[in-house]
Design a protein around this ligand. Structure first.
Ligand SMILES: NC(=O)c1ccc[n+]([C@@H]2O[C@H](COP(=O)([O-])OP(=O)(O)OC[C@H]3O[C@@H](n4cnc5c(N)ncnc54)[C@H](OP(=O)(O)O)[C@@H]3O)[C@@H](O)[C@H]2O)c1
Length: 323
């Protein structure tokens, strides 16, 4: 596992982070705990959490794994999104229990996704940022996680106006001074990430989606150039980029052969997964790339790729295919 020093923080961590957004929702507790143990054993020590993740259950479940290992783990949690309506109530718990089945059905019938969103069953709610929310949400996260500090505290889906406000900036400075967070970040859009880089302290890290295949990187290079840490997610594309590229290979045997040869596997989907991850490490070579890897297959693919050097050739090939 390649290790990095995350810019803007001085924190050493694995270059691959485990994204826990599905822990406690799509992924049941026991399966999630097994996955956490498996990735940790293979060198992944960065966990990406938020109060809203797993329909509000992710931090509580992760705490069972963190206990006894806190000093060997790096934790990011966030503030600013609330879990879906009633996630903690009886109705929400019943929904939560039904969620793995519901997600399978939604996967099989994509039209159901819109219905589920409209019902509020899956949507997190943006909370307006205030100093009280920043302090209170952090205390609640620390209590759920069973720790006295997080390594990174990120403003989840923060808006440009929020990160420019004096009261927000002062509250973040106080949080840093208290030692309850070692660094603060924005975890939001490229535009707000750029604004945070322009502002500098108290922000030291930006977390955002990697640019879709074929799109230029506007922010990761800027972060590096300004001494910021950068954390990338959505390696496989926000809206079905992987499926789009797979369809392209289906229609183009020459491109298919080129991709299979570059990845060294004989399945187009696995090959694209590898190349997209190699591209992510090339775009963000000094930072952290997040992936969900609850299944053994994702884990072994992602951990293998995180041991290799960042893949500039993979980046060029994927971007050429998507252009
Ligand atoms: N605003 C923010 O800060 C923000 C926004 C989005 C995401 N995130 C963070 O980033 C994490 C990852 O989110 P994401 O949206 O980028 O999800 P993702 O990692 O793209 O995962 C989506 C799906 O792709 C699968 N997958 C993982 N590795 C793969 C591979 N090598 N080949 C093919 N499929 C693979 C996952 O498998 P499994 O079923 O094995 O898990 C999962 O089902 C989240 O959990 C969250 O922590 C943060």
């Amino acid at each position: 596992m390649r290790r990095i020093i995350l810019g803007g923080t001085g924190i050493e961590a694995s270059c691959l982070g485990f994204g826990c957004a599905s822990l406690g929702s799509r992924v049941p507790r026991e399966e999630g705990l097994r996955a956490l143990a498996a990735v940790f054993e293979q060198g992944v020590d960065w966990l990406d959490l938020a109060p809203a993740y797993g329909r509000g259950q992710a931090e509580t479940i992760a705490a069972e794994f963190i206990r006894g290992r806190r000093d060997r783990l790096r934790l990011c949690t966030k503030v600013g999104l609330a879990p879906p309506r009633n996630a903690g109530g009886l109705k929400g718990r019943v929904m939560g229990a039904a969620m793995p089945l519901a997600r399978k059905a939604i996967g099989a019938v994509p039209a159901l996704r819109g219905l589920a969103r409209a019902s509020g069953a899956t949507a997190n709610t943006k909370l307006p940022l205030t100093p009280e929310l920043l302090r209170g949400s952090l205390e609640q996260s620390l209590a759920r996680l069973g720790t006295d500090h997080v390594d990174l505290y990120a403003l989840h889906n923060a808006e440009a106006a929020e990160i420019a406000r004096d009261d927000i900036l002062r509250a973040l400075e106080e949080i840093l001074a208290s030692g309850k967070a070692r660094a603060v970040a924005v975890a939001t859009s490229p535009e707000v990430a750029e604004a945070a880089i322009g502002r500098g302290a108290p922000f030291g890290v930006v977390q955002l989606a990697l640019p879709d295949p074929g799109r230029p990187d506007m922010v990761f290079a800027a972060a590096r150039g300004s001494g910021f840490g950068a954390i990338g997610h959505s390696v496989f594309g926000v809206e079905g980029a992987l499926a789009g590229l797979e369809a392209r290979l289906g229609a183009d045997p020459v491109a298919r052969a080129e991709v299979l040869a570059a990845a060294g596997v004989d399945q187009p989907r696995a090959a694209l997964g590898r190349l997209l991850l190699a591209r992510a490490f090339a775009i963000n070579p000094e930072g952290i790339v997040l992936a969900s890897m609850f299944s053994g297959r994702s884990r072994s693919e992602n951990i293998a790729m995180a041991g290799a050097a960042p893949g500039d050739a993979a980046r060029a090939l994927i971007d050429r295919l998507a252009a």
